[in-house]
Every structure is written in C-alpha cells, then in structure tokens.
Design a protein around this ligand. Structure first.
Ligand SMILES: [Zn+2]
Length: 138
C-alpha cells in the first residue's frame, strides 16, 4: 500500500517535471529571441550599457534556468530508472514532505544537512571576513 502510494506520487512528479520542462524550454527560446531583437535595435551608448546589463541579467537568469532544466532532466532520468525518491548518499527513501517542497532533491534531510554543513564550513574558510571573526574569537 505504501509503495503504491509512493509510485502514484512519483507519477504525479513525472508529469509535473514534464510540464515544467516544456515551460522552461519555451521561456529559454523567448529569452533568446527577445535578446536578439534588442541588440539590433539599440544604437546609442547609454542604451548599449543598459543592454549589456540586461544581457548579463538575462544570462544569469538563463544559467539558472539551464541548471534547473538539468535538474529536471536528472529527476526524470531517476524516475525512469526507478531511483527517484531515494537518497543518493544513504539510499533511504527521501521524506515525502521534502519531495513535495523540493521535487528535484537527491538527498534525504539528514544527508542534505550534513552536506550543507560541510559546504558552509568550506565557504567560511575562504571568506576573509569570517576568517578574521573566527581568529578574534580564538
Ligand atoms: Zn540520506
């Protein structure tokens, strides 16, 4: 019974991912077309600077979308090979509530917290401000 419910939920995620994927592909195409139009149309220098800023913003947005699209593709792949919903670190089932909030997640709460803890330690070690703070505390 529990398994059946879970596979039903997986199917729900599958169609959600497929829909999301379509939306992203559509919006990527839209961004490209719009951007092309803008560069050709604008001539004066102030506008070019504005365009450059806008281009950068769009690029950032596109990178984020591309990353998200990659995550969706990976999630769809996990659904097709039956590993969706299992933690890639400890192989336990990822909590349903967690999947509802972050469907593309590949880690259970415990493993994610552990990895975030390590990540933040890593970042702090490279941030001079935090490093100075830590030295004063020591
Ligand atoms: Zn885990």
């Amino acid at each position: 019974m529990e398994n059946q419910t879970r596979s039903e939920v997986v199917m729900k995620f599958k169609s959600m991912f497929e829909q999301e994927r379509k939306n992203l592909l559509y919006s990527n195409r839209y961004v490209n077309e719009d951007f092309h139009f803008q560069t050709e149309d604008l001539a004066d220098e102030a506008d070019i600077t504005a365009t450059e800023m806008e281009t950068e913003m769009r690029m950032r947005l596109r990178n984020r979308e591309t990353l998200y699209l990659k995550k969706i593709d990976e999630a769809l792949k996990r659904i097709s090979d039956g590993t969706f919903g299992s933690c890639e670190v400890c192989d336990e089932d990822i909590e349903m509530k967690r999947l509802e909030v972050r469907p593309t997640t590949t880690m259970c709460v415990g493993c994610k917290e552990e990895s975030e803890r390590r990540e933040s330690l890593h970042i702090d070690g490279h941030r001079s401000k935090s490093l100075g703070k830590r030295l004063r505390l020591a």
